[in-house]
Design a protein around this ligand. Structure first.
Ligand code: ZN
Length: 459
């Protein structure tokens, strides 16, 4: 006799949080996973049988910029997310024209998420360059996942570098409030000095970008952030680290007692600095793509547990922001949300022998744990939101930038061959992507509030 009464039953190879891959079934009721069993044990109003396909938790992309490119926004970014099996994004606060530095702006953005998003969305906040410290406690109470700050000035108001004294005081208060602070770690002064020299020398070519941001510009700022983390006790995370040495410094600070983690991004795992010669400003990213030896080191660190998780740092710049400009005027960053899971599956599992369990730790479980979204998000577990991806691990296809869902209209991964394809995506038990079509609608996604309990990442 089958256990009856589920809204939907999903059968396939289930990727469970302890790394086990089991042939089984999930029972879903009112948007949550309420049963995990062997095959043929459950019955419900609807059934999805993945056959030999994988059933993975929906991806949690902890680093996305939906409102840097006004042509993109929450609806179009989360459309791309849904198509790629990313069911929760954590959106960065550097919205154009004004960043999320106070509780009024934060609450407005949560309402925009509830109106516009197709997937679920949690939110980072930030602090103003100066004078914004009194907003910290209120932003934590309002449900910010943490505070993203930068030591490099992308824009004086929207994306400023925060002076060291302000950072020190902010981190004392962030620690007292039990929140997380995340650093874009680059040394502003060295980057500016080298950039001015390259411009004076008449350099406008793509390789000038990496030349102006040598490794010390990253590692010096990582070291500074780690010392501040040790001194203040603040839970600290380094975003988009690109160098083996950055992760070594993070490990040492952890050994010294700091609560610190670091992520790398899809692009640093798939492209080395030679790609600047082939694609030019399209692959201008801060920090820049690094030599192939660093790319290989990142893969070793990922296998070994030194990298907490992987993100996209997605930004949907349209072509005119990237092409036909001096390398110093082109925008930084690349779109990737829709390709994140298939490309990572291809590179990590198919090519490099990672287990499916390790992949889901890096893309789903660990970002959810670090940002307070676990166990609601990030795992196929009893009581969790029924956010899941049915992935065909065998199907091979080729990326076509014209077919992607962001307004960017281009991809640094154009024409790559990928084995593994996203077939069906459920968000809280409802289909948001199926048979190649996004079927989720704006307002179907929700703002997600983090929990206050802390949960260590799995190595
Ligand atoms: Zn970013």
């Amino acid at each position: 006799m089958k256990n009856q009464g589920f809204d939907i039953v999903v059968a396939g190879k289930l990727a469970l949080p302890d790394g086990r891959l089991v042939d089984g079934e999930l029972g879903i009721k009112e948007g949550r996973i309420v049963a995990i069993t062997d095959r043929d044990a459950l019955a419900g109003s609807e059934r999805i049988d993945a056959g030999g396909g994988l059933v993975l938790p929906g991806v949690v992309d902890a680093h996305v910029h939906t409102r840097s490119e006004p042509a993109e926004g929450l609806t179009r970014a989360t459309t791309a997310a849904a198509a790629g099996g990313v069911t929760t994004i954590v959106d960065m606060p550097y919205d154009d024209p004004t960043p999320i530095t106070n509780v009024g702006a934060f609450i407005q953005k949560t309402a925009a998420v509830d109106r516009e998003a197709i997937t679920d969305v949690a939110l980072w906040a930030t602090i103003a360059k100066t004078g914004g410290l009194d907003e910290i406690e209120e932003l934590v109470s309002a449900g910010a996942c943490g505070f993203k700050v930068s030591t490099f000035e992308t824009h004086p108001v929207r994306f400023p570098s925060i002076p060291d004294g302000e950072l020190y005081l902010a981190m004392q208060r962030i620690h007292a409030a039990g929140a997380l602070i995340a650093f874009h770690a680059e040394n502003d002064d060295i980057v500016r000095r080298l950039g001015a020299r390259l411009v004076a020398d008449g350099r406008t070519d793509a390789s000038a970008h990496a030349e102006g941001r040598p490794p010390v510009t990253e590692t010096e700022a990582v070291g500074r952030a780690l010392e501040l983390a040790l001194a203040t006790g603040a839970r600290t995370h380094i975003v988009h680290a690109t160098l083996q040495r950055s992760f070594t410094l993070v490990e040492r600070a952890r050994g010294d007692g700091a609560d610190v983690t670091a992520e790398t991004c899809l692009h640093y795992l798939l492209m080395d600095e030679g790609e600047m010669g082939r694609q030019g400003a399209r692959v201008k990213i801060n920090p820049p793509l690094r030599p192939a030896s660093e790319l290989e080191a990142l893969w070793r660190l990922l296998a070994g547990g030194s990298i907490a998780y992987v993100t996209t740092d997605h930004v949907g710049w349209t072509r005119d922001r990237k092409e036909g400009l001096s390398i110093f005027d082109a925008k930084s960053g690349v779109p990737a949300l829709e390709l994140f899971l298939p490309l990572m599956f291809h590179e990590a599992v198919v090519k490099r022998g990672f287990s499916v369990g390790r992949l889901t730790q890096l893309l789903c479980e660990n970002p959810a744990r670090r940002l307070g979204l676990w166990p609601q998000k990030g795992g196929l577990a009893l009581g969790a939101d029924a956010d899941l991806v049915i992935l065909d691990p065998e199907r091979t296809w080729r990326v076509d930038e014209a077919a992607l869902h962001t307004p960017a209209g281009w991809s640094p991964y154009h024409e790559r061959e990928v084995r593994s394809s996203v077939e069906t995506v459920l968000l809280r038990g409802r289909r948001v992507f199926e048979r190649g079509e996004v079927v989720g609608v704006p307002g179907g996604g929700r703002w997600v509030r983090p929990r206050s309990e802390k949960s260590p990442v799995a190595a």
